[in-house]
Design a protein around this ligand. Sequence first.
Ligand code: HEC
Ligand code: HEC
Ligand code: HEC
Ligand code: HEC
Ligand code: HEC
Ligand code: HEC
Ligand code: HEC
Ligand code: HEC
Ligand code: HEC
Ligand code: HEC
Length: 341
Amino acid sequence: MTGRPAWRWLLLFSLWLASGASRAANEPDVADAGWTESPAPPDAPWTADAGAAVAPPGPEGAGAAAAGEADAKSPAAQQAETCAECHEDLAGAFGKNIHAKTGHYGMPGRCESCHPGAALHAESGDRSKVVNPAKVDAAESSASCLACHGRDRGHTWWRGSSHARREVGCVSCHAVHEGGSRQLRGATEGAVCFRCHLDVRADLLKRSRHPLRDSALAWGEGKMTCSSCHNPHGGRARALIDAASINDKCYQCHFEKRAPVLWEHSPVKEDCLVCHTAHGSSNDKLLTTRIPRLCQECHMQGRHQSGSLATRSVFALNRSCLNCHPQVHGSNNPSGTVLQR
Ligand code: HEC
Ligand code: HEC
Ligand code: HEC
Ligand code: HEC
Ligand code: HEC
Ligand code: HEC
Ligand code: HEC
Ligand code: HEC
Ligand code: HEC
Ligand code: HEC
């Protein structure tokens, strides 16, 4: 094996030296770039128009921002300090809030982004100058949150959703300062929803139900939550269901019901809720009605299925229809035409 000629090693060595020198020359540039907050990633979805969407509302806000840039402290930290003079506890606790870190996402993170007029208020101490999102109407306070959250994946269907239409705003469910997990206004998700949806709470006391009772309660199960099926921020299907259709949602967990079958029972593929309720029922297996009546709502052909079965009829006894037609969701047996096997 012949080595490389000595002149080539020399050339490589001098190239390396030169690049080392330029590395050293570059270092101070990085150090005095003067970033006070982490820069936004270049493709952060907000950077394009974040300025327009969440600009501080008045000249006083813009002034504070400019002053902050000249200083070592971020504008966010500076403003929080001003507020702390009179709102010590609240401003102190804010350091741990995810919203104190919005700079990392390339957004402004001042108290002002949710409290327009805050700077004017801080100068005067006049509470009427600052907006409290809990005291303005739902559309206005939600708009201030949507300035940053409007593009979150989960919020695509917020506008026109049943909550937005009925003036249930972000602050009905979220408490930014004292909220728990996900800044929710309640110890658990259920506790948030049950403030308004008492009928659903009642359903969870019924005999058959989805295992939804909050694990925080003594009688809790805590295996799933309301948002296992619903997106409270809006959904594609009716009733804020977070899937293309209600059946698609059910298939996500009961996937064996999705499989194609040789002998379909047509209502099953059409809508599970023809026979089942979603939350809870006094009938077995979340059924809307007891069997045989459930089956007889549709099957009145006038043979053994028909309406006035004698009490001791073999066709009405016990779970009656299901004794002979157990494959109610469809059959894969070549001779399962009447769902009997
Ligand atoms: C000079 C003292 C002072 C400073 C500084 C101050 N506040 Fe206040 N703020 C008050 C007082 C007093 C109230 C009324 C409190 C009450 O009634 O409980 C108040 C109330 C508020 C309210 C509730 C208004 C309402 O109508 O419910 C908000 C929001 C608020 N301040 C935000 C801020 C922010 C943000 C800052 C920093 C930019 C700030 N404050 C700085 C004194 C101050
Ligand atoms: C992400 C939005 C957001 C940011 C940022 C924010 N707040 Fe708030 N603030 C709210 C909301 C929403 C309320 C309404 C009260 C509630 O939801 O419990 C509120 C209420 C308040 C109140 C009235 C408290 C009361 O109990 O009546 C004060 C004072 C306040 N904020 C001060 C501040 C200060 C100071 C900062 C910055 C350190 C700040 N806020 C940052 C959203 C925000
Ligand atoms: C200045 C931009 C900005 C504003 C205004 C804003 N947020 Fe946020 N918020 C963020 C960022 C950034 C995060 C962290 C990233 C994320 O979870 O999307 C966040 C996170 C959250 C979270 C998730 C917390 C968690 O533990 O996962 C909730 C809930 C939330 N915000 C609610 C609100 C509400 C309610 C308002 C209006 C009162 C609001 N935000 C206003 C920027 C903002
Ligand atoms: C009806 C109650 C309700 C309303 C109204 C509501 N939220 Fe939520 N939000 C929730 C629940 C519950 C979660 C937790 C979902 C989870 O854990 O998957 C959540 C989660 C979030 C999160 C965390 C990320 C995510 O999507 O899971 C953000 C951010 C958020 N909400 C912002 C908002 C904003 C902004 C508004 C107003 C436009 C709003 N929310 C209105 C109940 C609500
Ligand atoms: C502040 C009260 C309030 C809270 C809290 C609340 N909701 Fe609602 N919700 C409403 C109102 C009002 C409607 C509209 C009812 C109507 O139109 O009949 C509604 C409607 C709904 C609907 C039916 C939508 C439809 O189109 O039929 C669902 C599902 C729902 N809420 C789920 C939830 C969940 C899940 C939570 C908790 C994360 C929650 N809600 C918290 C007030 C609330
Ligand atoms: C297994 C999925 C699932 C879970 C989990 C679930 N829901 Fe529902 N929910 C549905 C379906 C499906 C509908 C539509 C019912 C209909 O259209 O007949 C619905 C309808 C609703 C409605 C409107 C009709 C009514 O009954 O008032 C509300 C409100 C509601 N759900 C709230 C909740 C709350 C609160 C929770 C958590 C305690 C919850 N849901 C958990 C599937 C679910
Ligand atoms: C997030 C997962 C999930 C989704 C989505 C879901 N389920 Fe369930 N379902 C469960 C769990 C968990 C059980 C309880 C199983 C157990 O106890 O063994 C259950 C049980 C049931 C039962 C039997 C109840 C009983 O008393 O034994 C029926 C019927 C049912 N689900 C129907 C539905 C329908 C209809 C939908 C769509 C609206 C649906 N499920 C969506 C998880 C889910
Ligand atoms: C024609 C009425 C009907 C329709 C439609 C229907 N079911 Fe059922 N389902 C029943 C009956 C009846 C039972 C009780 C069976 C038993 O006890 O053996 C049942 C039981 C169940 C059970 C619990 C026992 C098991 O088989 O795992 C689940 C889960 C279930 N159904 C899910 C669904 C889903 C998901 C859909 C929609 C794809 C659906 N059902 C549509 C009638 C129906
Ligand atoms: C929402 C209406 C509806 C309900 C409720 C219903 N079915 Fe059906 N069922 C149908 C339809 C539609 C067909 C298809 C009829 C056809 O193809 O002629 C069918 C077909 C059948 C068949 C096969 C008949 C054949 O000729 O292929 C049997 C068996 C059956 N159902 C039993 C039941 C039982 C048992 C129940 C109660 C657990 C029930 N059905 C509930 C609508 C319903
Ligand atoms: C003792 C067993 C048995 C019971 C109980 C029973 N069936 Fe059947 N069913 C059959 C048999 C076997 C067939 C197929 C032979 C036939 O067509 O008569 C059938 C056929 C059917 C058909 C197909 C259409 C038709 O007329 O042929 C439907 C629909 C049906 N049953 C519904 C029901 C309903 C609803 C109940 C409950 C009220 C029920 N069955 C109870 C045994 C039973």
